[in-house]
Structures are given as C-alpha cells and as structure tokens.
Design a protein around this ligand. Structure first.
Ligand SMILES: Nc1ncnc2c1ncn2[C@@H]1O[C@H](COP(=O)(O)OP(=O)(O)OP(=O)(O)O)[C@@H](O)[C@H]1O
Length: 254
C-alpha cells in the first residue's frame, strides 16, 4: 500500500500544556482514516500540523513523500494542491458569494477566468446538493450548508487528500449521514484520501477504514472499526461506549 501521510514522533506543547508527546501513524493512499479522542486531546492541532499551518516542536510529517516541515518553493505549491483542509467552521469569506468562495483558489491563485471558475464551482456545489446557492452569501446559509460549501471549495482544488476537522459537528443525524455518504463517495468514486477528525462514534464506524484514538499525547489504539470495537484498552472502551466513569474522566478529575 502506498503511503499518503506519515507522522513520526510528533511533539507539540503550548507553554506547559503538552498536547502531543510522540504521535506516530501512517495513512495510506485512498483510505478514510478517522482520528477520534476526547475534547482537547489535540486532534485539530494534529490536522493543522499535517496541513503545514502549525509547526510541531519536533518530529516529522511527510505527505506523499513531501517533507511538510521543509518544503521548497516549488514543492510548497505541489503540497498546496495535494492536500486541503476543511476547517471546523467552514472558514468561508462572508463578503463573497458562495460560488466565489468555492472557486477562490482557481481565480485568485490559478488565474482561471471567472466564467470557467464559476462553472466548476457550480459543478462541485451540485455534487453536494447545493445547486442554486451560487449567488447567495454565507450568512444566508444554514450551518450544514456552510460546511458543504467548504467541502465543495476543497474539492474544487482537486486535491489527492482532504483533511476534515469535525465535518459533522453541530449537524442533525440526517445531515451527518449525508456528509458521511459524501466522504465515502470521495473515496470510492474519486479515489481521495480522507483524514477525518470526529467525536461521533456512529459516524466514525460508518466511514472509517481505520481509526486512531488520541489520548494523553499519543495514539493509544489504531485499527479497523472491528478491531477498535474489540479493544480492551480502558480509554478506548470508555470513549466508544460514552461511559461517564473511567480513565478519561479520572484524568480530568471530574
Ligand atoms: N494556538 C494555540 N495556542 C495555545 N494553545 C492551543 C492552541 N491551539 C490549541 N491549543 C491547545 O491545545 C490543546 C488541543 O487543542 P485541539 O483544538 O487540538 O483539541 P481537540 O482534540 O481538537 O478538541 P475538540 O475535540 O474539543 O475540538 C488544547 O488544550 C488547546 O487549548
């Protein structure tokens, strides 16, 4: 199997707050890799480091062989086109219409003419069930629609790998299932590699090829959904069963 993302012994602290204390894992090309773990364990920080938005204190990150912490000028452009990050809140530009949000990279960075870029945006919006929203502004959309616009924007860049930061948080169960189906479609029909940060076990078990569980600064378990369900690790058991008592809450002194 071809390696898409390799994370080696990643360490990251903010002052005295040790977030990552030796995180290592590999994501393979074309798989859906879900990262779960209690709130505050550093899932978003992990994605930001993979996306090159935040520097770790030490460790290595490779994306399709590119050394993310030492990208040369040309490689930086290739990296930007290989991997995109879908922010938790969508991070849309409120002053720009939906279609321009989606086509932003094509117009502003690739110099594609507005007419052509708009057509592309329209196509990706239609894939996400958002036909007819092209000329609306983000403030006119629901939370679920904004999240889907953010996914359309990522797809418009045609990356090989997409990082999703809690794509289903705040969505109702039906919209969660729609987004899950979309992520599965990205893998099956478009061959994308997807890394998804989630809290939602139902969603994680539905979409993941493999799941990594982050806790105490490390990956404490990694495996297929079936392997995770059978895990004897007390942290994993408490998290996937949503139990109030166990090592996670003991650590939080609740
Ligand atoms: N820029 C920053 N400066 C200082 N501390 C930060 C910064 N970003 C994140 N942190 C801290 O790093 C830790 C991990 O944050 P992160 O957002 O990655 O957690 P998470 O696992 O994604 O949580 P949640 O599931 O609640 O979104 C937290 O303690 C947070 O306060």
């Amino acid at each position: 199997m071809k390696e898409a993302i390799v994370v080696e012994d990643l360490k990251k602290s903010f002052g005295t707050n040790v977030v990552h204390d030796g995180v290592s894992f590999t994501v393979y090309d074309g798989e859906i890799f879900v990262v779960i773990g209690p709130s505050g364990t550093g899932k978003s920080v992990l994605l930001k480091q993979i996306a090159g938005l935040l520097k770790p204190d030490s460790g290595k990150i490779y994306v399709y062989g590119m050394d993310v912490l030492n990208l040369s000028g040309e490689e930086f452009i290739r990296f930007r086109e290989t991997l995109t990050y879908v922010f938790q809140n969508g991070a849309l530009f409120d002053s720009l219409p939906v279609w321009y949000n989606v086509a932003f990279y094509l117009v502003e960075k690739k110099g594609i003419k507005e007419k052509e870029a708009r057509e592309k945006a329209k196509y990706y919006l239609s894939l996400l069930g958002l036909s007819g929203t092209e000329d609306l502004y983000p403030s006119e959309l629901s939370g679920g629609m904004r999240k889907r616009v953010a996914v359309a924007r990522a797809l418009c860049m045609n990356p090989r790998c997409i990082l999703f930061d809690e794509p289903t948080s705040g969505l109702d169960p039906v919209m969660t299932a729609v987004l899950d189906r979309l992520i599965l479609k990205l893998k099956k029909e478009f061959g994308k590699t997807c890394v998804v940060v989630s809290h939602d076990m139902t969603s994680a078990f539905r979409i993941a090829d493999r799941i990594a569980i982050l806790w105490g600064g490390k990956v404490v378990e990694i495996g297929t959904p079936e392997e995770i369900k059978k895990s004897e690790n007390p942290v994993v058991k408490q998290f996937i069963n949503g139990e109030p008592d166990g090592p996670i809450t003991a650590m939080m002194e609740l």
